[in-house]
Design a protein around this ligand. Sequence first.
Ligand SMILES: Nc1nc2c(ncn2[C@@H]2O[C@H](COP(=O)(O)OP(=O)(O)O)[C@@H](O)[C@H]2O)c(=O)[nH]1
Ligand SMILES: [Mg+2]
Length: 301
Amino acid sequence: MQTINWYPGHMTKARRMLEENIKLVDIVIEVVDARCPMACRNPDFESLFKNKIRVVFMNKSDLSARETNKAWIAHLKSQGITAAELVSTSQGSKKTAVSIIEGAGKPIIDRYREKGIRKVLRAMVIGVPNVGKSTLINRIAGAARAQVGDRPGVTRSKQWVKVSDYLELLDTPGLLWGKLENEMLAKHLAYIGSIRDDVLDIEEIASLLLYDLMQLCPNELLNRYKKLDKDAEIPYELLEGVCRSRGFVLSGGHLDTERAARIVLDEYRGGKIANVSLEKPCDDFTSSVDTLDASNANTEE
Ligand SMILES: Nc1nc2c(ncn2[C@@H]2O[C@H](COP(=O)(O)OP(=O)(O)O)[C@@H](O)[C@H]2O)c(=O)[nH]1
Ligand SMILES: [Mg+2]
């Protein structure tokens, strides 16, 4: 994959803020894209979040494969992490999310209760760009938050929103970086829109996505873009196939592959092609090809 240029300054600042906020909370709520939880997470988290209660929400689980979601949840549980599927855009997600967070924090609440103290858990939401952090915070904290912060002149920095008698939530998410040193995982982050498109070669990313989807869900892909060659060995040929399927032809017969790339990425990100998981817990994630120069190519919020 081409070199990604980035401005590490943003991420250094984001990380410093994150480290400060971590000190204030009991619970860290990690939001990942259910289609690629591995790419969204990072071994750094282990040291960053030690001694915290951890909840992983496999968000956008409406866009991934059910069975694979379950496998990931079991895998995370075996590491002592509470994990659950979530669709933070749906109505019921507030209730689901709050009960899971409170359930994870129950041992602390109980320990304080034995001493006659009502403990209020403090939690914060973290994750890489575009996984649904803001959507989740708005769901959980929406109404309460509008009361305190949406008037002009009211500072929005570090506001705690009361969610229940036992839970307060920091109203700004922590921004994290994904695993960009591993080429496959960096690719997944690009597919889900976690890396800004303007630092990527979108035609290359869309071609690779089509190629991967042809292995994962050929029928759905061929159903959506009829003129794809199932046996294409060169990813770019699939992008050309999308142009032919959709009639993206410029004057002189040139194929508008840039337009096709945008459409493919949009449709994939919006779940229009297939509900397919890119990663399974049993996959081999060790192959690390060092082709990305910057270690911090995630987007700014
Ligand atoms: N299909 C689906 N889309 C979601 C879900 N959660 C968030 N989104 C969409 O994903 C996009 C990014 O969400 P946002 O909350 O801004 O992500 P953030 O960058 O992590 O704060 C938005 O278009 C959301 O509507 C979900 O559970 N399912
Ligand atoms: Mg956001």
